[in-house]
Design a protein around this ligand. Structure first.
Ligand code: ADP
Length: 186
């Protein structure tokens, strides 16, 4: 894989895209940017952003698009993201996908690929509960999956239409999934 790739990892909560983002970012020499991690960081710091998003996150709902646009715009403007990145957890709605396109096009950039990490729903619930994060109760996990189906799944068609989508079967070992993503990216 060439360095300098701008990639979005797409997939339901618990599909393993965070793990894959870390591994591949290391290989590609680009930052793995996880909006979930950024927001959890803000909550832990007790920043203004953190107090705004804490309740929303623990309910399994999505933070509003405008707040997320500011977070992502600021993060992508940093030096380390100029040569490429792996975005994990953004975009999650169609307006966010439009925002990302316009953030990138403002500096003459565009995405190179969107990798969908596909995993069956029942496996996702088991994995998420096994993770044991405070915001991972059964009810919240199911709410996140519902929100994914309603708000995020439409992005699959959006990126398919733009010729950017690469689908990978994520129901396999971490190493196998990494290999499949590498292959999908050519
Ligand atoms: P998971 O890996 O379980 O999908 P993340 O760590 O990506 O969860 O995100 C955790 C929570 O942070 C989400 O449920 C949501 O409330 C919030 N969040 C993260 N990214 C976004 C985003 N792009 N838009 C809206 N909310 C977001």
């Amino acid at each position: 894989m060439a360095a300098g790739l701008k990639i979005v990892l797409l997939g339901p909560p618990g599909c393993g895209k965070g793990t894959q983002a870390e591994i591949l970012a290391e290989e590609l020499g680009v930052p793995a940017i996880s909006t979930g991690e950024m927001l959890r960081g803000a909550v832990n710091e007790g920043s203004e952003l953190g107090s705004k998003v804490e309740g929303i996150m623990s309910s399994g709902a999505l933070v509003d698009d405008e707040t997320m646009a500011a977070v992502v715009r600021e993060r992508l403007a940093r030096d380390d993201a100029r040569e490429g990145f792996l975005l994990d957890g953004y975009p999650r709605t169609l307006p966010q996908a439009e925002t990302l396109t316009s953030i990138l096009s403002a500096s003459g950039d565009e995405l190179d690929a969107v990798v969908l990490v596909d995993v069956p729903e029942e496996e996702l619930v088991d994995r998420a509960l096994g993770r044991g994060r405070a915001d991972d109760s059964d009810e919240v996990v199911r709410e996140r999956l519902r929100v994914y189906r309603e708000k995020t799944q439409p992005l699959i068609g959006f990126y398919e239409q733009r010729g950017l989508l690469r689908s990978v079967d994520g129901y396999a070992s971490i190493d196998d999934v990494t290999g499949r993503i590498r292959e999908a990216l050519g």
